[in-house]
Ligand binder design. Structure first.
Ligand SMILES: Nc1ncnc2c1ncn2[C@@H]1O[C@H](COP(=O)(O)OP(=O)(O)OP(=O)(O)O)[C@@H](O)[C@H]1O
Ligand SMILES: [Mg+2]
Length: 431
């Protein structure tokens, strides 16, 4: 599969910023191997970048190499030090393994970056090795190095989470571009081209259904899911595709996606609440244009409160089915992970993914777990309050397309900021 024809606006944005001398360090935030390939294809065929004196690639597994084209194919040649016999690629023997540290590679490319027009692509690196590699220090110094800038050299970093690689200061000195996992058009193109390759006949409605159901997946994930479904079912079964997507999303540790299982018919009683929700929520959401015209605000969040076992979770699920949207469970017990500094990333990644999969109903059980602002005394205090404000900010964003359904047994534990307009507008008692 070639991704060369997919959307390249993210690359162009980065290159324009580089050209404007904003910074010679350009980070593309993506974990998608397809995007990395796309970048390499693009650079190698670019009138300036393709003719750079050297294009280096560092990969934690492969070590240092040089990038080039052989015909249509991208090739990475292991790097050999010209003068000596040392090799900086892991593929080549024991000595290589010892030398193929990022540290040595950084030292090696430092000179070409400063004395010629060079490109350095850093890919597949983990974030936990800073103490031995000096990556941050190198990036920080290149970001402001007048020689690197004047020679037109560029360092590209491709990583799923920039803040795990760069500290705040270096991030400010760099260009950071967040790459969309996939646009609707890209998914459509990919679905059609995989179907063509496998000779699976697909009607137009089936393509549309697949494209909608796979929102939030990146190109690599989408292709893998299509192939897996084909190899097991010899067709693109939508149910199977949804199941594989839930599996992938679940791996993030914070989200679970399902098709809603129950409907209002499965809920005994609560007729008043059902009526209310039908009138003010379901009706409005099913005809958003009409609502806008007559000035009714779109519902954006509900808080269901009441004692345990009163059907709040059941109701949230049924609501998703009544409005015919996917049901995403934001698993709060996984948010404050025990790894210091991790929960902020997790939360941010999860909320981004939710946005990509929206419109959807987002279920947050025990939303009071987020706690209140300004509660002092616990050691994780700073992290907690960062996650908290991140979440609040997201809740209040006018462009958010998801409907939040939070539940709590103890509404008094909830920070009142949750209840402001545009966040959890409706408070519904379950007794
Ligand atoms: N009105 C109802 N009609 C049908 N089943 C119900 C109803 N209320 C509760 N149940 C059933 O009771 C069980 C508990 O309900 P549920 O998990 O929705 O409660 P909850 O309010 O979310 O509780 P908790 O606060 O402990 O999370 C579920 O199996 C649910 O199907
Ligand atoms: Mg519940």
């Amino acid at each position: 599969m070639t991704y060369a024809r997919f959307d390249t606006s993210w690359i162009e944005t980065g290159l324009i910023k580089r050209k404007s001398n904003y910074s010679p360090v350009v980070c593309f935030e993506t974990g998608d191997p397809a995007r990395l390939l796309q970048l390499k294809h693009y650079l190698l065929r670019h009138p300036d970048y393709g003719k750079a004196d050297s294009i280096f690639v560092y990969d934690e597994w492969e070590g240092l190499g040089r990038l080039g084209l052989r015909g249509e194919e991208i090739v990475t040649t292991p790097y050999r030090k010209e003068a000596g016999s040392s090799v900086l690629s892991r593929k080549l023997g024991e000595d290589a393994t010892r030398l193929a540290t990022l540290k040595a590679a950084l030292k090696e490319v430092d000179k070409p970056l400063k004395t010629s027009r060079s490109v350095f692509i850093i890919q597949n690196i983990s974030d936990n090795r800073e103490h031995e590699t000096g990556l941050r220090a190198a990036l920080k110094s290149w970001a402001i190095d007048p020689l690197v800038i004047a020679n037109g050299s560029t360092v590209f970093i491709v990583t799923p989470a920039v803040e795990r690689i760069l500290d705040d200061f270096t991030r400010e000195l760099s260009v950071v571009i967040t790459v969309d996992p996939s646009s609707r058009e890209e998914r459509q193109r990919l679905v059609e081209s995989v179907a063509r390759e496998l000779e699976v006949p697909l009607a137009e409605e089936q393509v549309t259904e697949l494209v909608i159901a796979t929102a939030g997946l990146n190109l690599h994930q989408l292709e893998s899911i299509l192939l897996e479904t084909y190899y097991t079912e010899k067709a693109f079964d939508i149910g199977r595709i949804k199941a594989l997507k839930s599996e992938l999303v679940k791996k993030s540790g914070v989200l679970e996606v399902t098709d809603p299982r129950s409907s209002f018919a499965d809920i005994g009683g609560y007729e008043v609440i059902k009526d209310f929700v039908r009138r003010y929520i379901i009706n409005v959401l099913s005809r958003p244009d009409r609502a806008r015209r007559i000035g009714v605000p779109l519902p954006r969040g509900l808080l269901l409160f009441g004692p345990p076992g009163t059907g709040k979770s059941l109701f949230a699920n049924a609501l998703a089915s009544e409005i015919n949207l996917p049901f995403i469970h934001l698993v709060t017990e996984n948010i404050y992970s025990k790894w210091l500094g991790e929960s902020g990333h997790r939360m941010r990644d999860a909320l981004r993914l939710v946005d990509k999969m929206s419109p959807a109903v987002v279920f947050i059980d025990e939303i009071d777990r987020f706690g209140k602002r300004g509660r002092v005394g616990d050691s994780a205090g700073e992290e907690t309050s960062r996650v908290f404000s991140q979440f609040l900010e997201w809740l209040g964003r006018p462009e958010r397309e998801s409907i939040i359904v939070g539940t709590t047994n103890v509404p008094s534990l909830l920070d009142e900021a949750f209840l402001r307009a545009g966040r959890l507008d409706y408070k519904i008692p379950f007794l």
